[in-house]
Ligand binder design. Structure first.
Ligand code: NAD
Ligand code: MG
Length: 328
């Protein structure tokens, strides 16, 4: 794996070019503001009257419809939701200049061929490993969030240099830019959110809560143990890995972890993880998600409703209402 920093940035890459940022949500706002502060000429492309248009205008950006924003741009960043990117590409393709660079923050649409870019375009990925507000706050503090970088199509012969100049513009080179491929970024990102982060962790929390409540313990106490205290542990892991967590929890907690943890997340769970990974690698998950979007998101909405109607949500709302530090 290659690691790039500010010293590797080629000064002439992207210089003097207009950059079009499509989308002004979590990533779009952070990228647009950082790039502008780095001296780039940035235009924001949004649907007229869309929710974030007014925000971008308040932040002082020129806001145009996407098909207009891309005209004359040397680089176009796709920072709208992944499921909106395929249609957006169709809407703007005619306006893209010869040899322009398409930039993504997640590889889904290129890797799963929802977008087939014109052959004259460079296609690159700069994926900050953090949400947009962190990308912005770190930049303002003179630091930067590490980024992954990949090149899917190098028509100009300078695709990587151009991607790196963009990463530099958002502050990524201060944290370090690591090379990957669209396939690796996409597949590992999906696996992480499904098996460990959003999927795995929440199931573990909710099933733990249910186990205690069904055994007759008070829901409030179960909430504290299974949901609230996750933050304490995650902060320790984030700051110093397994070792730091072991330093800060009790000896009893450690012994329980070492002897009981592997019985909870056992060989069967690992086998399921491999199956979920296979469905990512062979495109089954992507197909299912694209179809779900094309057919009105009926399953998705039902599952989301079920998730949010778990009793842990009710008791959580009440208890969090008493945590003054969360009210700010
Ligand atoms: P977001 O949902 O926060 O923002 C969406 C923006 O796109 C808004 O400005 C919205 O008005 C606009 N938009 C929504 N639907 C649209 C449509 N149909 N056509 C045109 N514009 C539309 O998005 P995000 O979370 O910043 O994600 C953008 C990209 O960044 C995605 O590829 C995502 O995978 C990637 N990414 C996100 C994060 C993150 O922390 N959120 C981290 C890394 C990568
Ligand atoms: Mg869940």
């Amino acid at each position: 794996m290659q690691l790039y920093t500010e010293a590797d940035v080629q000064a002439d890459a992207l210089r003097g070019e207009r950059l079009a940022v499509l989308g002004y949500g979590s990533q779009g706002r952070a990228h647009a503001m950082n790039l502008r502060d780095s001296g780039f000429d940035v235009v924001v492309g949004l649907r007229p009257g869309g929710a974030t248009s007014a925000k971008a205008q308040r932040d002082g950006f020129e806001v145009l419809a996407p098909a207009e924003a891309v005209k004359g741009a040397g680089l176009v960043a796709f920072l709208v939701p992944d499921m909106a990117q395929g249609q957006l590409y169709k809407d703007i393709e005619n306006g893209l200049g010869q040899g322009c660079t398409l930039l993504f923050a997640h590889g889904f649409n290129i890797h799963y061929k929802q977008i087939t870019p014109r052959a004259d375009l460079d296609v690159v990925l700069i994926a900050p490993k953090g949400p947009g507000d962190l990308v912005r706050r770190q930049y303002e503090a003179g630091r930067g969030v590490p980024c992954l970088m990949a090149v899917a199509q190098d028509a100009s012969g300078r695709a990587e240099a151009r991607a790196l100049a963009y990463a530099n513009g958002i502050g990524g080179t201060r944290g370090g830019v690591l090379t990957t491929t669209f396939a690796e970024e996409t597949e590992t990102d999906l696996f992480g959110e499904q098996a460990v982060l959003c999927g795995g962790l929440t199931e573990l929390i909710v099933r733990g809560f249910e186990t205690l409540v069904e055994a007759g313990y008070q829901p409030e106490v179960a909430y504290f143990e299974c949901m609230h205290e996750v933050k304490l542990i995650v902060d320790l892991l984030h700051e110093g890995g397994l070792r730091k967590m072991h330093e800060f929890v009790s000896e009893t907690a450690k012994f329980g972890d070492l002897t009981r943890g592997p019985r909870i997340v056992d060989a069967h769970v690992k086998e399921s993880m491999r199956t979920v990974l296979k469905e990512i690698q062979n495109g089954q998950f992507a197909d299912e998600w694209v179809k779900e979007n094309q057919t009105g998101l009926e399953n998705y909405k039902r599952l989301l409703d079920e998730d949010l109607s778990n009793p842990i949500e009710k008791v959580g709302r009440e208890l969090r209402g008493r945590m003054s530090w969360l009210q700010e």
